[in-house]
Ligand binder design. Structure first.
Ligand code: DGP
Ligand code: NA
Ligand code: NA
Length: 214
């Protein structure tokens, strides 16, 4: 049985970590499941990304854009293996953040096509759960501002970029905008999607692994 691949996306401090733990618990009670997170800061590329985000090293916009994409590609073989062997994957961030954050920089060397480019053809998730949030809310959360991209003006641009990325994605993935609410309310909306995916997986209806933006 091919297992589902679920991606959770949203602005910084939008509640992805909290919701992903609830998702993991829910899916794990029905099938094998793993939580992953991009960027994976544990690998060589991830340590460099971490240093960039903590403002310890400078990289060009194009360099960091490609580095994030490589950081995701490093996991592809393991991810495919898990999905084909019945382990559901829940990923905090994926190529959608990749395109949205780089597009938000609004620099000439990174038009939308260049933002999507390095991730074309990666494993497509079955569903993208996009946590909608207001910039005013995320910027008021504890810890906001610690890392490079955590400023209100930039997060507003990221929100707009996610809209563009959504338009590019709706043909190849199921994109679900999750309304804001309490932790419980948000998870109730998510659960509807999880039940649908778990039912599809149980009846072997997920179909073959597809490629994103390809
Ligand atoms: P996180 O550990 O989930 O908070 O992500 C770290 C930061 O990196 C966050 O501000 C979102 C951003 N980010 C995630 N993926 C990418 C990417 O592929 N490209 C760019 N430019 N930024 C990304
Ligand atoms: Na962050
Ligand atoms: Na985050």
């Amino acid at each position: 049985m091919r297992a589902p691949f679920i991606v959770i996306e949203g602005l910084d401090r939008s509640g992805k970590d909290t919701q992903s733990e609830l998702i993991l618990e829910y899916v794990s009670s029905r099938m094998k499941a793993k939580l992953i997170h991009f960027p994976n800061r544990e690998t060589t590329t991830g340590r460099l990304i971490n240093d960039y985000l903590q403002k310890r090293v400078k990289l060009t916009d194009t360099e960091i854009h490609n580095l994030y994409a490589v950081n995701r590609r490093e996991e592809e073989v393991a991810m495919r293996h898990d999905l084909l062997n019945g382990t559901a994957l829940i990923s905090i961030r994926y190529a959608f953040s990749g395109a949205a954050y780089s597009k938000a920089k609004d620099v000439p060397e990174l038009p939308l096509e260049a933002c999507l480019g390095p991730d074309r053809g990666v494993i497509a998730p079955d569903t993208v759960l996009f946590l909608t949030s207001r910039v005013a809310d995320v910027s008021a959360r504890a810890g906001f501002g610690d890392e490079l991209y955590e400023t209100s003006p930039f997060q507003a641009k990221v929100a707009a970029s996610f809209e563009l990325v959504k338009q590019e994605s709706v043909d190849s993935v199921r994109w679900v905008d999750i309304p804001t609410g309490t932790i419980e309310e948000v998870f109730e909306s998510i659960k509807v999607e999880l039940d649908r995916m778990l039912a599809d997986a149980a009846s072997d209806n997920l179909g073959p692994i597809r490629r994103l933006w390809a």
